[in-house]
Write a protein that binds this ligand. Sequence first.
Ligand code: NAP
Length: 260
Amino acid sequence: MSGNVTPRLMKRILILGGTTEARLLAGRLAERQDVTLSLAGRTENPVAQGVPVRTGGFGGAEGLAAYLRENSIELLIDATHPYAARISANAAQASRLSGVPAIALRRPPWKQAPGDRWTEVDSATEAASLLGASPRSVFLALGRQELTPFEATPQHAYLVRSVDPVEPPLGVPTATYILARGPFSEADDRALLEAHGIDAIVAKNSGGQATYSKIAAARALGIEVFLISRPPLPDIPSGASVAEVLRLSDHVLATEKRGV
Ligand code: NAP
């Protein structure tokens, strides 16, 4: 018998995840393809993903390219968070190095609506300095790795909501910590902002529904929001929703099969 001549019906797909959309996309694609989801391993107890998961960094673009080759991956999908710029750059570079096609799920940013009081800033450091000298009550809707710039502005009282505990806590006199995982509701976020007398929010323009509640609640309450600008991401074929990326993945896999 010569070797394996039967083409695999299921295509091997690696999804770089860590987002709600990545999980939903993985579930839908797994109905017809051989899907593995990759997580960075930042969250201590990630929600069940419903498909096989591998965890931890690959060792840069070269490491990811080696993984793609060694595991005979036929399509790489970058469905990471819009602020996860390093892994997105690595995905594009690994695709070039390995010849494995790559596509992305790029969540569109939120757009300012009437009543929003947004100030766009380049970084958490800029947001901290723009909060001003007078003490304020500030909701930091940021990852725990992004909080240290606010130690330079200890005159404010901070409310921090994160999935995992902030360890060590912020080096400021007044900080309250809430452990919670989205999605959140506008009513709950409104109650939270009112209960803590919040007059400023610092957040990322993450897009999507899961964390939009704080933006809508801030609008209703007239609260100022400092939004950190998105980092630049590589220009690879992308869709803005799970449905769009499903169609795009079908198209790319069909094109690859024909060798065009
Ligand atoms: P990052 O700065 O772009 O990535 C840093 C390093 O973490 C990467 O170089 C890679 O290590 C590893 N990594 C990141 N995502 C990975 C994945 N899905 N699978 C395997 N390794 C991964 O990203 P980050 O801001 O630390 O975000 C990490 C993860 O959390 C992402 O999966 C992202 O979707 C999710 N997340 C991020 C945010 C955010 O605001 N940044 C918010 C919600 C969820 P190697 O170079 O060693 O491969």
